[in-house]
Design a protein around this ligand. Structure first.
Ligand code: F3S
Length: 402
């Protein structure tokens, strides 16, 4: 530790900073980090009242009354509701009151209630090679893999501590040697829809070990599809970094992609595997909510949703909701996409998603989605009271409009 870090640990900047520093130093010791390194960007999970509960509410309110303040540009992960239009989502008042307190307390300590899992689309985009402290798993996977930034998959508490201190231990995916590939993935089937990239990511996440880095073949893929793919592999497994040959930035710059010069294993994803993911994750074709936006939609995705609803009308029994960040929402509103989606009977919400909103209390019993990550989590987060259909955006729109 530097002299300055020791002083913080010994209380020079107050008790909260000392406790935050102690947590980071302890984690660094466990992982044998050589030192702490500075960060300028953070994303803090543990925001939705549904997952965070009263314990987090008390912790963050006590931090807010202590005068603690983030040293980084810090953003909150999604909350359990749209912070302004929660009643349009049928979120109960008691839940909303506690959710607002959590978000307000984070704001008071300098962690903005942007409430998104796509901070990189929302004014907190890291540069190539930049060390950051993100904690939501899809944001970590996207930042590491698609942007070439460097983040470990931080827990809610250590991401909070890192935001307050402005440092993280130099360990894990921050180090060159841990960023090379382990497992080679071969794709031996067509991937006709965006949901198929999520299915591929889901399969790979399930079949690689913790800390292994998969390397995908060159694919005709957009950043939005990589967003779905990375989110799914971080959900079914713990993939925090992957490479796509000739596409993702480190894959195009590294001379050698694999540790020891060759893959430790080869995984084959074929048509049987692709269908297997849909069979595993879909439990019913019923849907009272079509939910798109896990991870939060980009502007291109919202444009596609608006276009896919053109000439159609969402039927009276179904809700079609799109989830995005406040920044992308504003752009979608300016571009007329929000109006177009609402005009067809759908809606667009910010700050939240189908996984961290209290679906049971909102009267939702069946969800259709194009996100393998959401399909994986919705039943788990609703104690299996909610069924799921996983399909392409086209399939989901046709369920909502038929
Ligand atoms: Fe984001 Fe919610 Fe999915 S936080 S990645 S939209 S589960």
């Amino acid at each position: 530790m530097t002299k300055d870090e020791e002083d913080v640990l010994n209380g020079r900047c107050g008790e909260v900073a000392a406790r935050a520093m102690k947590l980071l130093v302890t984690l660094g010791d466990i992982e044998e980090a050589s030192r702490l390194v500075p960060i300028n960007k953070s994303q803090v999970a543990g925001v939705s009242y549904k997952t965070a509960g009263d314990a987090t509410l008390e912790l963050v309110e006590s931090l807010a009354s202590s005068g603690a303040y983030a040293k980084t540009k810090a953003m909150q992960n999604p909350a359990g509701m749209d912070l302004e239009r929660w009643s349009d989502m049928c979120v109960p008042e008691a839940f909303a009151a506690k959710q607002k307190r959590i978000c307000q307390a984070y704001e008071t300590i300098g962690i903005r209630s942007t409430c998104t899992c796509t901070p990189y689309l929302c004014g907190n985009k890291p540069d190539y090679g930049e060390i950051i402290g993100f904690s939501e798993s899809s944001a970590v996977a996207y930042s590491n893999s698609v942007l070439g930034a460097r983040s470990n998959r931080q827990g809610g508490l250590d991401a909070l501590a890192a935001a307050l201190v402005g440092k993280v231990p130099l360990t894990g995916y921050l180090l060159d040697e841990n960023r090379l590939g382990d497992v080679e993935v071969k794709v031996e089937c067509e991937l006709p829809s965006e949901a198929d990239y999520g299915a591929l990511g889901y399969f790979v996440g399930k079949n690689v070990s913790m800390d292994e880095v998969p390397v995908y073949p060159k694919m005709n893929v957009t950043k939005d599809k990589l967003k779905l793919m990375g989110a799914a592999s971080a959900a079914s497994g713990a993939v925090a970094l992957y490479h796509v040959k000739d596409i993702t930035p480190e894959a195009t710059r590294l001379h050698e992609l694999f540790k020891n010069g060759k893959p430790s294993e080869t995984l084959i994803f074929d048509e049987r595997c692709r269908r297997g993911v849909y069979d595993e994750l879909s439990s019913s074709k019923k849907c009272d909510l079509v939910a798109i936006g896990c991870p939060h939609c980009s502007i291109n995705e919202i444009r596609e949703i608006a276009a896919s609803l053109s000439g159609k009308k969402v039927n009276a029994k179904t809700r079609l909701w799109v989830f995005t960040s406040p920044t992308v929402y504003e752009e979608a509103e300016r571009s007329g996409y929000v109006k177009a989606i609402r005009g067809r009977g759908g809606d667009v919400f910010r700050h939240t998603c189908m996984v961290v909103a209290p679906l049971e209390e909102m009267g939702v019993t069946s969800v259709a989605t194009n996100s393998a990550k959401a399909a994986f989590y919705v039943p788990r987060m609703t104690k299996n009271s909610c069924t799921v259909f996983l399909g392409s955006l086209r399939d989901c729109v046709s369920l909502a409009t038929s």
